[in-house]
Design a protein around this ligand. Structure first.
Ligand code: PGA
Length: 256
């Protein structure tokens, strides 16, 4: 775990819920837990469309994020939302490089441009990395190293405290997940991620990067992954749309 005292719990709502009214209701419910669990920083990432509505309603300590951004500040980029626009609305976080976006073609180079665009406007990038499958000769580790280095190319040491890395193995994400990491596996991965960071940055800087786990986090496995894996928080899909379950996960993080 890094020096940050608070655990970071990020909800990725993906393309849900169906209406702004439902998004407001969900946010209000999560807001109650965010207030209660003071050792947790809770963030929800609705669609950008819904975030535009929620931004005028969100109450501290709950924070908002978006699920993607584009690196140019403005101009002819149909369908995109700039980091600049996100910052302008005082939205604090943005997920980049989620595996569902990488599957749609997002490259490490694009992730890197997004990271720089976000750092420039002081929005915290949550950089997703993760392997498709684990092989016995460790090729997946090379893939993780490549994703980390690709995302952080040109990122200065002093900016590293403003980024978050979310390790999300693809085989553990969503309805089709074939498993979840154990606390021990997560801890090994955490050590590996920090080791890769020390190729470029000082050990102290590497130690202070917040590392989250994501992929089928539920109330019944959160403690094992958080305590055994020594992670700084979670990036949560499905369970983040169930306020009761999310509250349980936040309570676990609060006590961990
Ligand atoms: P899940 O999704 O928690 O529903 O597995 C995680 C994610 O894709 O960020």
């Amino acid at each position: 775990m890094c020096m940050a005292t608070k655990k970071l719990i990020v909800g990725n709502w993906k393309m849900n819920p169906a209406s702004i009214a439902e998004a407001r209701k969900l946010m209000v419910a999560i807001q109650r837990s965010a207030k209660k669990y003071t050792k947790v920083t809770a963030v929800v990432c609705p669609t950008a469309f819904h975030a535009g509505d929620l931004v005028s309603r969100v109450k501290k300590p709950l924070a908002l994020g978006v699920q993607n951004i584009y690196w140019e500040q403005d101009g002819a980029h149909t369908g995109e939302i700039s980091a600049y626009q996100v910052a302008h609305e005082k939205i604090d976080y943005a997920i980049v490089g989620h595996s569902e976006r990488r599957a749609a073609g997002e490259t490490d180079e694009e992730v890197n441009k997004k990271v720089h665009a976000l750092l420039n406007v002081k929005v915290t990038p949550i950089i997703c990395i993760g392997e498709e499958e684990r092989d016995s000769d460790g090729a997946y580790l090379a893939h993780i190293a490549e994703q980390i280095k690709g995302a952080l190319t040109g990122v200065r040491q002093k900016d590293l405290k403003n980024i978050v890395i979310a390790y999300e193995p693809l085989w553990a994400i969503g309805e089709k997940a074939t498993g979840v990491v154990t606390g021990e596996e997560m801890h090994q991965m955490l050590i590996f991620i920090r080791k890769i960071l020390t190729d470029t940055y000082t050990p102290r800087t590497a130690q202070n990067v917040r590392v989250l786990y994501g992929g089928s986090v539920h109330a019944d496995n959160a403690e094992e992954i958080m305590v055994g894996g020594k992670v700084d928080g979670f990036l949560i899909g499905r369970s983040s749309r169930d306020p009761k379950e999310l509250a349980e996960i936040m309570s676990i993080a609060h006590k961990a």
